[in-house]
Design a protein. Structure first.
Length: 264
């Protein structure tokens, strides 16, 4: 039985509402999965376990993309808007190809996967942060920081610059997102500088949100006091209105007639 456009839209919104947080968690989990083989010499057993986990998460993403594409009222615009989901699903199939076996192509392939995951995390935060607090903002900022450090390491490695390992990339990312900028580590490739610009904007946004939340917290006691004062004033007005109504009723009632005087 074919679904009507309205029912598909309703079902799409339901799926979107129930999957936004779990898919954000899986997107964040993909970041260390992609970075671990680059940072550590993994044992064959651990490497196989991460490989299985990677494909299991890929299966969830593929299922989500298929369901949402089917339920979306406009499927092609949906795929264009969610290009990062399409890359997350399609890119693993390109790995066995001969063109991806060179060192440079493999580095670009890993960078594309990280870029698509970072784009997915960034996109998913908008809906999640609408109903959650500062702790989610800081958590997502930390995930993006780690991912950007990994991306810069991929682009800057063997480029002759000052960033050649993840520890150096992470130090550079921390000094960049905090707008300190010591200058001891800096990207020289166009891709690395683009990531640096994104990280600067991310740092400004995070600290602006943090400042706004601190200001709101400090102003909260004063607001509570003003609310209490307004409640007391309203209560006094209500009591005064009750007294006025009572006086009006008392003056409106006719005076009792005097009894006639008896004859002596």
């Amino acid at each position: 039985m074919l679904m009507t456009r309205e029912r598909r839209q309703e079902a799409y919104l339901t799926v979107e509402r129930f999957t936004e947080v779990p898919m954000l968690v899986l997107s964040a989990l993909l970041v260390p999965l992609l970075l671990a083989p680059l940072l550590f010499d993994l044992s064959p057993g651990l490497d196989d376990a991460l490989f299985v986990l990677d494909w299991a998460i890929w299966g969830v993403f593929a299922l989500e993309l298929g369901v949402k594409t089917y339920l979306s009222p406009q499927r092609l615009p949906y795929l264009r808007q969610h290009w990062f989901d399409l890359l997350i699903v399609v890119l693993p199939f390109l790995r066995p190809l001969r063109v991806v076996r060179s060192a440079r192509a493999l580095r670009v392939f890993r960078a594309l996967r990280l870029v698509s995951v970072v784009a997915r995390v960034t996109h998913s935060t908008r809906a999640v942060l609408a109903g959650h607090g500062l702790q989610y903002i800081l958590l997502i900022g930390l995930i993006l920081l780690l991912a950007c450090a990994g991306l810069v390491m991929l682009f800057e490695r063997d480029s002759g610059g000052t960033i050649d390992g993840y520890d150096e990339a992470l130090w550079w990312a921390i000094t960049t997102i905090t707008t300190v900028g010591y200058g001891d580590r800096y990207p020289i490739t166009a891709e690395g500088r683009g990531i640096a610009a994104f990280l600067m904007l991310l740092g400004i946004s995070l600290f602006s949100l943090l400042t706004a939340n601190i200001a709101a917290f400090l102003a909260q006691p004063e607001q509570n006091g003003q609310t209490a004062s307004m409640d007391d004033l309203l209560e006094s007005i209500k009591r005064l209105e009750a007294k006025v109504d009572e006086l009006q009723r008392a003056t409106a009632e006719p005076a009792p007639a005097e009894a006639p005087l008896g004859r002596n």
